[in-house]
Ligand binder design. Sequence first.
Ligand SMILES: [Zn+2]
Length: 373
Amino acid sequence: MLNREELKEIAKMRGDGAYFVSLYLNVNPITNVKDNYGIHVKNMLKQTTEQLSKPVLKRISADLEKIESYLLSNKRIFKKGLALLSSQESKFWKEFHLSVPLRNEIIVDQIPYIKPLFGVLDNYQRYAILLVGRDSARLFLVHLGEIEEYAEVHSENVPARHKKGGWFALSEKSYERHIDYHVSMHLKDVLKKLDSFLSGEYVGRLLIGGSEEALTKVRAMLSQSMADKVIGTFQADMSARSKDILDKAEPILMSFEEKREEEDVDEMVAKALKNENAVLGVEDVLNALQEGRIMKLVMLKDFKLSGKSCSQCGYLNSHDIASCPYCKGKMQKVKYIVDLIAQKAVEQGALVEVVDKNKKLKEAGNIGAFLRF
Ligand SMILES: [Zn+2]
C-alpha cells in the first residue's frame, strides 16, 4: 500500500548519476481487452527514447528488459493502475498495484518520478483505524478498499486487573485508581503516536475500535482536532484479524463516502443546471472530453454503455456513426465506452469519482463532470 513516508524516502533517492526508469501504466482489463501492455510500453518508449542519447539508452537497457519481462509474467496480479520504478544501476526496483486508473507515462531521469503516486495519496481519501485496548493498541490504514496494519503499541506498566491488591498492598479502590492511572498513561502515549502518524501521513479521517470501555475512555481523551477526524467507532477484539477489522469498519466508511458523494453530485447537478462549468449525461460528457475540459468525472459504478471509438484518433461517440468527424477514421464498436471515457479523462489529468449508488445521478444520466472552463 502507498504511504507518504515511503514515497518521501524514494523522492530523496539520488542515484549518484544512475538513471531511473519510472513507468505508469493503465492495466485495467476492461480497457485493455487484448492486454497489449507490451505494445503500449514500446510505443511510449519510442517517443521517450527519441529524446535520449545512445549512452543513456545503453545504461537503462537492463531496466527496460526487466520491465518488459515483468509485464509479461505478472498480468494476473494487475489491478487498474501499475507503477514501476526501476534503476538497475543502483539496484533499485519498486512496484505499486493500484485499484485506480493511471495516466500512461514513462520518464527516464536521474531521480525517480513519483508525482503521480503522491497524486493518488492526495486524491483518494485514506482512513486510519485505531484499535485500542487497556495496555495495547494497533493502527491500520485503509486506502482504496485495502487495509494494512501499520504499528502496534504495548504498554508494559499497565497492571492486570486480576491482581487485585496483590503485592501493591493497596486497597481495592486505590488499586483501581492505580490501574486507571496506568491505562490513562498508555492511552496518552497511544494518542500521541497516533497524532504524529496522522499529521505525518496527512490522514484526515479516523475510526476507533475496541471494547466499549476502551472506546469511552479514549474518546474522552481526544483533543478537539483529533475528535473532529473521527467518523465512527465500532466494537472489536484486540486480537482481531485485519480482514475482520475492515469488515467492521466498512459500513462506517461506506456511509461516510456515500454522504460525500451525495454532496458532490448535488453540487455538480446544481452547477450544470446553472451552466456553471459542469455537465450531465453521456453526450455532454463526451463533448467536454473531446475538448479536454473535464476536471473531475463523476459516474455511477454500474453504468454500462456500448458505443464507438475511432480506430485512428480514439474519438469516442455513443451513436452509431461510420466514420470519425475529426479524422475520417473508421469507427469501431466498443463494448465498454464508459471505461474508455474514464481512461481518457485520466489521460487528460482529470480525477475520476466512481459513485456506488445515487438516485440523483441516475436520473441525471448516470454520468457527469465538473469542467475546468
Ligand atoms: Zn478520428
